[in-house]
Design a protein. Structure first.
Length: 614
C-alpha cells in the first residue's frame, strides 16, 4: 500500500474503534473538529468560528476523547510515514543495485575508494574509528514501555500488510490484528499512574537496546564488512567501533534520586539484559548447529574444553544423551546454561558488599569457544547466525551499554574537602602558613598543588565511610562501587567519569584522587564537561595545565594515552545564544584538537547534543 492508502486504513480503523469503545456521538464530534480544523488552516473563517465554539463547549470527558483521538491518530500517521519511507528505500535499493544507496556506509566506502584512499590509509582510519551512542532519560521521551511495545506491534502489522503475496484470508487476519492492537492502544493509559523512578527510566532506555539496537547494530557492522569486502578486501575491522552507553542511573548531577544503590541496581539491569539476550541467542544457535560429529568433526581443543567441564549440568547432560553425536549443539547449550547460571547472581547485592566474590561469567568464557567454532564450521555457516551472535558479544559484551557516571565539580570538591579535613588537611591549604595552621586559599593553584602532592604520596588509611555528611559518604560509596564493579564484573560495565561544570585542572585531579584512594584509577576515563561559553574558552588552558603534570600524564598512559572531552550544547546555547554558542563550540573543538595533537594524545569528543531516543 502507498502512504495515502495506509493512512486511510489506519484512520478508518481508529474511527471504528472510537465508535465501538466510546460512542457514535463522540466519533461525530471528533470528525467535526477535525474537518473544521482543516478548514481553519485553509482560511475558512466560518470553520474557524465553529472550531472555537466546539472546543469551548467540550465537557471533560469529550475533551479526553478528542485529545486521545488526535494523539493516537498522529502516532498512526507517523508509523505510516515511516513504513512508506522504508518501502521507498527498499524500492530504491532494488533499482540502484549493485550500486549502494545514497548516504549509506556502502556509498561512503565507495566514495573513499574513488577518491584514492589506499588500503593502508583505510586501515588506519578504521583502527581509529570509535563511535558511542549514549542514551539519556530525556524529559521529552515520556512514553511508557507499554505504549512503545504497542507502537512496535502496530508497525510490524503495517509491514506485514505490505506483502503483496498475502492470501485474502491472511490479509483479513492481519487487518483484524491491527484493529485489535489499535483498540488495546485506545484503552491503555498513556500516562504513568505514578512518577517513574530512576530504574523505571533505565528500563525504558534498555527497551530500545533490547528491541532495536540489539539487532540493528550488528546489521550496521555487516554493512561495513560487506563494503570493505567489495572495495578493500585486505582491510579488516579489528575492534568494536560502534557501541552504546547510557547516563540513566549514573547521572547524579542535579538528580538526588541517583544514589549508589540505584547505580548498582542499574548495572544489574544492564548486565541482566545482556546475559538474557545472549542466552537466547546461544540457545537458538545450538538448534541451528545440529551438525553430526561424524560429518563435521569438532576441533580437538574444543572437545578438550568441553571434557574439562564435566560433570555437565543436568540439562546439558540430558541433551548429551539425546543428541550424542551433535557436539556443537551440546557446546552451545553448555554456554547458554552458563549464562542462565550467571543470571542467578544477585549482582546488586554483590556490588554493595565487600566480601570476596568472582563473577559467574566473563566475556572471554564465551568469545573463545565461539571463535574456535567459527574457525571449524563451513564459511557459509560461520557468516550466518554464528557471525551475528559473535558480533553481539563484541558490541554488547555482558553489559549491554556502558553506564557513564556524571557528577558536579562542586559536589566532588566538597566531598574531597571533607575527607581531607578528617586527615587534618585543608583542601585549600596555604603552604606558606606554619605547620598545623589551616588557611583557605581560593585560587586553583593551591588546590592543584595540594592534590598533586597527595597523589604522589603513599595511600592514607581511611575508614569505610570517611566524612560526616551524607553527601561525602555517598561520594565515597560511589567510588567504592566503581572499584567493586571493575574488580568483579570487568571494566566494560562502566563508561567515563564525567565532571559537569569543570572549571579547573584541580577538578579532574580531585576525581583522580578519590579514584586512587579507592583503587579504581587505573584506566578510568576522567572527562571534563565544558558547558558555558566562558568554560569553552578556558578549556584549552585547563587541558594544557593537566597535560603538563607528570602525575596526570602517568594516568593517561593507563588509559592508552587517550583523553575524552565533553562539550555541552544546551547550556552553552542558554548562556550565549545560538550563534555565539556554536562559534564557541567550533573554536573549542579546533583548539582542543590542536592541543591534543601537540602532546601526542588521542582525543575523543563527546558531544552533549541530543533529543529523544525515539
Amino acid at each position: 500500500m502507498d502512504l495515502s492508502a495506509t493512512i486511510h486504513l489506519v484512520g478508518d480503523i481508529l474511527g471504528q474503534v472510537i465508535q465501538e469503545q466510546e460512542s457514535q456521538a463522540a466519533f461525530e464530534l471528533e470528525e467535526r473538529i477535525r474537518a473544521n480544523a482543516k478548514g481553519r488552516r485553509s482560511g475558512d473563517t466560518h470553520a474557524a468560528a465553529l472550531l472555537v465554539e466546539d472546543v469551548a463547549l467540550l465537557t471533560p470527558d469529550q475533551a479526553r476523547v478528542v485529545a486521545a483521538a488526535f494523539s493516537l491518530y498522529f502516532d498512526l500517521v507517523n508509523l505510516a510515514e515511516e513504513n512508506t519511507r522504508v518501502n521507498n528505500l527498499r524500492r530504491q535499493a532494488r533499482q540502484l543495485h549493485p550500486a549502494p544507496l545514497p548516504d549509506t556506509i556502502g556509498e561512503a566506502v565507495a566514495t573513499l575508494k574513488h577518491a584514492g584512499i589506499n588500503p593502508a590509509q583505510m586501515q588506519a582510519l578504521l583502527d581509529s574509528l570509535n563511535i558511542e551512542l549514549v542514551l539519556t532519560a530525556h524529559p521529552t521521551e515520556a512514553k511508557r514501555r507499554t505504549i512503545l511495545s504497542k507502537i512496535q506491534r502496530i508497525a510490524d502489522l503495517m509491514r506485514e500488510l505490505n506483502h503483496s503475496d498475502l492470501s485474502p484470508h491472511e490479509e483479513q487476519v492481519c487487518r483484524q490484528s491491527l484493529h485489535a492492537e489499535v483498540t488495546a492502544f485506545w484503552l491503555t493509559d498513556r500516562a504513568r499512574t505514578s512518577r517513574p523512578t530512576v530504574t523505571d527510566e533505565a528500563r525504558t532506555g534498555l527497551y530500545f537496546v533490547e528491541q532495536i539496537f540489539w539487532d540493528v547494530l550488528p546489521a550496521i557492522y555487516t554493512d561495513l564488512e560487506e563494503a570493505l569486502a567489495q572495495h578493500y578486501p585486505d582491510v579488516t575491522v579489528r575492534h568494536a567501533w560502534l557501541r552504546l552507553g547510557s547516563w540513566i542511573g549514573g547521572d547524579r548531577d542535579g538528580n538526588p534520586n541517583v544514589t549508589t544503590r540505584v547505580t548498582a541496581e542499574t548495572l544489574r539491569l544492564h548486565r541482566g539484559l545482556a546475559v538474557e539476550k545472549h542466552r537466547s541467542g546461544l540457545q537458538d544457535l545450538a538448534r541451528r548447529l545440529s551438525f553430526s560429529g561424524r560429518r563435521s568433526p569438532p576441533p580437538a581443543d574444543l572437545m578438550a574444553w568441553f571434557e574439562l567441564r564435566r560433570p555437565l549440568p543436568a540439562h546439558v547432560a540430558f541433551l548429551e544423551q539425546r543428541y550424542t553425536s551433535e557436539p556443537y549443539r551440546l557446546i552451545l547449550s553448555l554456554l547458554a546454561n552458563d549464562l542462565a547460571e550467571a543470571s542467578r547472581d544477585d549482582m546488586a547485592a554483590r556490588l554493595l558488599e565487600s566480601q570476596p566474590h568472582t563473577a559467574r561469567a566473563s566475556l572471554g568464557d564465551f568469545t573463545r569457544p565461539l571463535s574456535i567454532i567459527r574457525s571449524a564450521v563451513p564459511p557459509v555457516i560461520a557468516q550466518d547466525q554464528l557471525h551475528t551472535v559473535e558480533t553481539q558479544f563484541k558490541i554488547f559484551g555482558l553489559h549491554g551499554a556502558r553506564l557513564d557516571v556524571r557528577e558536579d565539580s562542586g559536589r566532588l570538591n566538597a566531598a574531597v574537602n571533607e575527607i581531607l579535613r578528617g586527615l587534618e588537611i585543608d583542601y585549600l591549604e596555604d603552604e606558606s602558613m606554619p605547620a598545623g595552621h589551616l588557611h583557605p586559599v581560593q585560587d586553583n593553584d593551591g588546590r592543584l598543588a595540594l592534590i598533586t602532592r597527595l597523589l604522589a604520596a603513599p595511600l592514607p588509611v581511611l575508614s569505610a565511610t570517611p566524612g560526616v555528611t551524607p553527601e561525602a559518604a555517598e561520594a565515597w560509596a560511589l567510588f567504592h562501587l566503581i572499584a567493586r564493579a571493575r574488580k568483579v564484573y570487568e571494566s566494560d560495565l562502566l563508561g567515563p567519569f564525567i565532571i559537569s561544570m569543570t572549571r579547573s585542572a584541580a577538578d579532574l585531579l580531585a576525581v583522580l584522587l578519590m579514584a586512587r584512594w579507592t583503587g579504581c584509577d587505573q584506566g578510568m576515563d576522567i572527562v571534563p564537561l565544558f558547558e558555558t561559553v566562558e568554560d569553552l574558552a578556558a578549556a584549552p588552558a585547563i587541558l594544557q595545565e593537566l597535560f603538563e603534570l607528570e602525575i596526570y600524564r602517568k594516568h593517561l598512559a593507563s588509559c592508552g594515552n587517550h583523553q575524552m572531552v565533553m562539550i555541552g550544547y544546551s547550556d552553552s546555547n542558554k548562556d550565549g545564544g545560538y550563534l555565539t554558542a556554536n562559534w564557541a563550540l567550533y573554536q573549542a573543538q579546533e583548539s582542543i584538537s590542536r592541543l591534543c595533537r601537540s602532546y601526542g594524545i588521542a582525543l575523543t569528543l563527546f558531544h552533549g547534543r541530543g533529543g529523544t531516543v525515539a
